[in-house]
Structure formats: structure tokens, C-alpha cells
Design a protein around this ligand. Sequence first.
Ligand code: ADP
Ligand code: MG
Length: 659
Amino acid sequence: MDHHSCNNGHCACGHDHGHHKMDGTCICGHDHHSEGVGHDRSMGKIVFVLVGGILTLNSFLLNGIFPEQKFAGQLCALLGAFILAFPIIWTAVKDLVGGKVYMNELVALAILAALASGDFQIAGVIAFFLLVTIIIETRTASGAQRSIEELVKLAPDTARRLGPDGNEENVRAAELQLHDKIVVRPGENFPVDGKIISGESTVNQASITGESLPVEKSEKSDVFAGTQNLTGAVIVEVTRIGADTTLGKVQEMILQAESSRTPAVRIIDRYAGYYTPTILMIGCITWWFTGSIDSVIAFLVISCPCAVVLATPTAVVAAVAAAARLGIFIKNIAHLELASHIKSFVFDKTGTLTDGLLSVVAIHPFGETTNAKLLQVSASVERFSNHPTALALVKLAAEAEIPLLDAADFKETHGRGVEATLDSKQVIVGRANFLKERAINLKEEAADSDTMSIVYVVLDGDPIGWIGFRDKLRNEAAEMLGELRALGIRHCAMVTGDREAVAAEVAAKLQIDSYESGCLPQSKVAFVEKLKTSSRVAVVGDGVNDAPALAAGDMGIAMGAIGSDIAVNSASIALMTNDLRRIPAFLKLSRKSQVIVNQNLVFGMLFVFGGMVLSIIGVMTPVWAAVLHAASTLIIIFNSARLVRTGEELTLRETAKEQ
Ligand code: ADP
Ligand code: MG
């Protein structure tokens, strides 16, 4: 991370935009440099403000107490004004040299006008209030910088790396490479993402998932940067560093939020090139008619639309930070707004509405085949799959101490089944359709009314039996659907690759509005497309085999996404946990941020416009303009900061339940 001198990357408005994707062309003229997060830059500004502010204040005091000592008062005002104005004018000049005309020039010009007319006190006061606003903006809860500093603090700077000789050495976390091995002791936070290679422990992952319940970790478990190791010392192999870690992605998301714009702001952006010249022209006309330089100075200060420009980003940053604390990862920031327009939901069943932890409830071999043989054949093939049915089969085989056979040529067809060769015999395990597609006669089929998920096992073209599975609804599924309805969601649908009987049972229990069973991944997409013709649709899935459907929805929400790249890639929203209540919480957050953005925009525009009129008719003095300009910006900032606490009741409720 490079820290440039204290004014780099700042506009007069002072927003530090650390985002590299931006080209620095917003109305405010914010430079968007990829600078690191640090205190030094805002510290630099605080020094300017303190020294300049004291000098300016001193000049007022001197004038008041020793009115005869004109020179001392003037000198203080002069020095103060120059110290305060320097960072602002410097940025404005740099922008002009770079061929950009933005809002900075308005304030810079107001200050120059005040200096030129010999009113150093006014110049000092204007610059002082502007700088104070800048500092408060970066330091408050709705500021991206502050949010990110809080995240950065979660991941420690140093790590204990295990050398090849088994010695521990202290290194800076930034020096860690992939596949390095580090030791993390109880009470310490993990500096990077990694996999435990030895030891076991419990970990508090609240900083990433928002769930305060500690998670058990043992060998092969993934651990994440910024989470807290609670009970055991573990050796971790580094799997992701820096910006690639989950924590790093959350930071990037917050930076992205800072450059977000609503349509209103985009319109302002488009006309930004005209805004400053228009204001200057009106300023000249005002001067011509009133002859009052004070009116012009006040006009220039108040027409600087900081409040309008900050209306959206401050609210979005606060909302995104609040979401991150709940374990809601907003990959596409535009979807924070979109979420408030969603009217329909489509849920995947297995792993989404149900917990996806299947257990075998029936083993039905055909003919001579034994239960053990059926289990052995199927588990030997399924051990290469991650599908819930596969995990259940392998687990049961292990419990029954059935030895697995060597399988070759494994192939999985998502949403259908798996196949492999076992002792040069071909084995297929999958749903009924998967086998019928291959013209295999199933012999005996399970009764249509059986409410279990069923896979058939075929050995060398010959069906040898079927196995039935069941999982259970997630505890909070019904509550979540109730909350969605209360939020005005009109249609909640379910799509599943499972059998009709199972789907019907789940749909009835949860009072789902419509469902489709026996779906293939494409038919899930078709279902979503059809629903999309009548309303905005959000698709919720567990991310692995629901990727096409997630991408087909207006908005895709992936469940249990912590550590999973696929989910995060295909969805626009990723829930780090499997807690379905995060969905209504996200909708509420989205709506609340919409309300706050609108409040901010209306207030900001009315304020700027009203202030202009008051300045032109000579009611507004430059000092009042500076004070009100700062006040209006702060009102926006603190209004947005109200969002930061949204959803806190959800985590509090969880914490209370534990105790
Ligand atoms: P859902 O839509 O409910 O999440 P999936 O699309 O994951 O279900 O799977 C649909 C059906 O395909 C399952 O019910 C199962 O019968 C079959 N299937 C998918 N993958 C496998 C597998 N690895 N082994 C056996 N059967 C599978
Ligand atoms: Mg699924």
C-alpha cells in the first residue's frame, strides 16, 4: 500500500475514493486512486484544520479584544486562510491542469474571491468548514474508509510462519505466500484464508457470516481471514491471500459501493460539464447587478452540491457495511436497489428450503442383490460426488463398515446422477429419468406416493435396486416465507429436481404458491424465465447445481457461500450462512436504504437551490453559506449512518438464544 502525500486523491470535497475501476469523472471530481487505507492522510488534514482554524479564530479574537491592533489580526487571518485554503486550491489547480472542471473550482473560486477582496477571515471560515466536513465524512460510520479500517483491523498484521525445519518465525501477514504453513493460537484472528492441516479448534466467524455461534473446525476445514480462533492451536496452510480472501472481497465491495450512483446522480454527472460554467455565469450576473462580492462568494459556496453528490454513496456504503456484518455479500451493488422491487421468489428445495443433510431411510434391492451389495456399489461410485445424496450414501457405508471398491472413469451429470466403472462393469446411480433417458427398464419403481427422494442403481445395464433419502425443512423456512409475505412478496415458488411426492409435501407444509418437481437445471431456468414475464424475480439456491437458475433470475441469491467461489460467481447476492432469515433482512435493508437515498436527494437539491436563491437576493452571508453548506453535508452523512445499525436485532437475537 502506498501512501502519497496527504492531498493526493482528494477533491475539495475530500472523498477518498480508493476504487480503481472509477475514472475519476464524477461531478465532485473525486480522484479515484487505489490507495491504501490509512490514518496519515486524514491526519494531515487535521493538522491543516487545527493550525489554520486556530489562526483564523485568533484573528477574530484579536479583532474583538484589541480592535486597535489591526495588523496582528490581519496577519493571523491571512496565515490561517492560506493554510486552510491550500489543500482545496491545490486540488482544484491539479484538476484544472488535468483538464477537468468540477465542483472543487467553485469553492476554490469562492475562497480566491474572498482572498482577492482582502477578506481573509471569510476565506478562512469557508475553507475551515469544508475541511471539517471532509474529515467527518471519512471518519463516520457511513464512510467507506472507516468501514474498511474496521475490517482491516480484523485480520492481524503479523503471522507465525512454520519454516521447513519446523521453527516458527514472525513475519508480516502481507509476506505470506500460497501454501505457506502458519500457526494460529487460541484467541488470535486468522490473517489469511486457509485450510487446517493439523489440530482442531472452534472458530467465531461472526465477522464474516454474522453468525455468532462458534463453528467446530478440524483437519481439512476451511478457515477465513478476520475470524477468531477460540479454543485450539492449529496449523493452517494458506489458500488465499490479500484481496482474494473473503474479507478482501468484502472490502472491495464496500469500495465499489462508494462510487455507486442513482439515476438522479447520473443525470447530474452527465451535465456536470455545464454545471460549473452555468454557476459561474449566474455568479457573474449576480455580481453585475448587485455589485456585492459577498453575495457572489456565498452563492459559489452554497452551489457546491456536496450534499447531493454524497446522498447516494454514503447511504449505499452504510447499507453495504450493515449487510456485510450480517454475512450478506452484495456482489452487484445495483442489486441493493433492485431488491426493493422484487415481487416473486423462486427457491430451490434441497439444500435451500431443506437443510440438505440427507439420510438414507430405505434400501430396496431387487432380486438376489443384498442391502450391503447395493450400498457398496452405489457408495463406491458416489464417493467422488459432493451431491447431498452422495454424501449420505458414503456416510452410511462408512457407518456400516462396508469397504468401498475402486471405481474408474467417474462422471457426474449435474441434477441427474453419476456413473463410473467398477471391476470393468458400468455403474449408474441417479434419478429415474436419468436411466429412462438411456432406455434402461427400471423393473420395480417406488410408489408415486412415497415421500422420499429416490435414486436407482444400475449395474452393467441391469437395475439392482433403489435407495430412499429424506432430509428436513430448515427451522426458519416457514418464518422466512411469512416475513417475505409481510413485506409484500406476491409469489413464492419452489423448483426441485426431486420427485413429485416429495415436492408436494414440502410445498404443502410451507404453503408455497406454486412449484415444479422433477426439474432439470434447464427447466429451472425456463420456470424462472416464465415468472419473469410478470414480475421481478429473485432466485435462491445453494449455488452448486443451481448456477444457471441463479443467473437467470433478475437477482440471484446463493446460500451458504462462505468459501465457495461458484456460488459467488453465479449469484449477485451471496449469503455467507445458510440462515434464510437473511433474505427478508436484506429486503428490509434495501428498502430502508432506498428511502434514505431519496430523502437525501430531495433534501440536498432543495437545500442547494434554496441556498442559491437566498445568496442571490443577498440574504445569505458567506459565513452562513459556509456553515450551512457544512451542516447540510453532515445531515446527509448522519442520515445515511442510520442504516449502519439495520439488522442488528437479528444478530442480537441469535446471541440471546445462545445464552
Ligand atoms: P434439487 O433441485 O432438489 O436441489 P438436484 O437438482 O440437485 O435437486 O438433483 C435432482 C435429482 O437428481 C436428485 O433428487 C437425485 O435423484 C438426482 N441426482 C443428482 N445428483 C446425483 C448424484 N450425485 N447421485 C445420485 N443422484 C443424483
Ligand atoms: Mg439444490
